[in-house]
Design a binder for this molecule. Sequence first.
Ligand SMILES: Nc1ncnc2c1ncn2[C@@H]1O[C@H](COP(=O)(O)OP(=O)(O)OP(=O)(O)O)[C@@H](O)[C@H]1O
Ligand SMILES: O=P(O)(O)OC[C@H]1O[C@](O)(CO)[C@@H](O)[C@@H]1O
Ligand SMILES: [Mg+2]
Length: 470
Amino acid sequence: MDPTAPSSVAADATAPTNTTVTLPPLTLRDVPRLPPALASPAPAVANPISRHPYYHPPSTFYISPGDVSLRHAFFDLASAAPSPLVAYRRAGPRGDLAVDPARARAALVTCGGLCPGLNTVLRELVVGLQELYGVRDVFGVAAGYRGFYGGDDDHVRLDPAAVDDWHKKGGTVLKTTRGGFDLAKIVDGIVARGYTQIYAIGGDGTMRGAVAIFEEFKRRGLNISITGIPKTVDNDIGIIDRSFGFQTAVEIAQQAIDAAHVEAVSAVNGIGLVKLMGRSTGHIALHATLSSRDVDCCLIPEIHFYLEGKGGLFEFLYERIKKKGHAVAVVAEGAGQELIPRTDDQKREQDESGNIVFLDVGPWLKSELGRWWKREHPDELLTVKYIDPTYMIRAVPANATDNLYCTLLAHSAIHGVMAGFTGFVPGPINGTYSYIPLEDVAVAKNPVDVNDHKWAWVRSVTNQPDFLKF
Ligand SMILES: Nc1ncnc2c1ncn2[C@@H]1O[C@H](COP(=O)(O)OP(=O)(O)OP(=O)(O)O)[C@@H](O)[C@H]1O
Ligand SMILES: O=P(O)(O)OC[C@H]1O[C@](O)(CO)[C@@H](O)[C@@H]1O
Ligand SMILES: [Mg+2]
């Protein structure tokens, strides 16, 4: 057939058609700004990136003041689109600054648990502030929020040479803590040190703390900006696409599943059981399960399960062993918490930040399974190999994808602060880096959607029970 010959197919059968659709009105969920009288070094300072000795930004480099991104990237035209459509300011460098870099004094702090990429964010904040914007005074605040009211040793001057290889290190060079949130002392400490910009890197608790600090700045009429850089290995912060370090953690989690699989396959009636992080969300367990393909059952906090009886976990594992000779189960640390018996003291136990302390679901599951097996199948061997890689998945350096992500987050934060924004969080929404009000991110959760395709795919890969009692 001559490929250049005109198509014989009727045009109206295949040609794309254009349908005009009227969308609901757009609401800009804007981020706060420092009061112009306080922020503006009148007249506005031209962005020093334009004078960079080696990089000459093209006209498209700067973000226009009207540039926005949409919260929802897709709608069903057959039903009403979300109304109003919510938009956020697009993140990125502005042509004019509202802050004079020569007068800026930045403080960086890390709070909460570890996450791959923390050191990369710190490195890129230091390098970006100094090399892109010429901010000379950049300090690392040691040991979380409490460092703000610590001694001189808790405030370390940083420069690009000092942080040069930080992106290769796991953990946080600045150290991190939970608790110690004394608002008055923190803000007094910030004022006493003359900081004009605060970069707080942490999870939901850190974001709630940053909101409180932001409100206190406003109450005291302080010319200080604060931005929260969202960090959570559990990927439990909402609105943004995902949090940094998550993909690295999934990669390491998968190695634990591989080991559990090898152990299970090599034993008689072998079960490999892996416990993974995820306090209130099962994203790590879900993603590691889908990537691995060796998992027979994935238990997450969003799904209730039960152990014994028809349709229960133990009967399922037994049947899987009968069929394949082995089984692998993955459990997120927050799964099944309501099933584990606990004392009143244990019910009340909290960490220093006020987070409920969970009981260890992994060893509990292992011992309950052993007890059940002995009772139901006393003449059959059972070998359970339990792997708990807990801190290993978050104490590693970020992989290449997360390193790049951390760099873009850090730079987005700096650009926003220099443009005069405050009380905001930078983050990708549908792939577009945006500025989101801190108060929104502080309360936005991100549970696994058990009605979407990803969870459906877990169910079809594992064929695990739905745990609906009947
Ligand atoms: N509601 C709140 N108001 C003010 N500060 C808070 C609040 N919740 C937590 N914080 C403070 O924020 C800091 C970090 O909180 P937390 O230990 O819960 O970690 P996180 O930021 O949620 O990170 P992770 O993802 O590891 O849980 C702590 O210093 C804590 O005291
Ligand atoms: O033992 P730590 O450091 O308090 O943190 C444990 C918690 O931190 C997290 O990693 C979240 O950062 C959770 O998955 C875990 O429950
Ligand atoms: Mg938290």
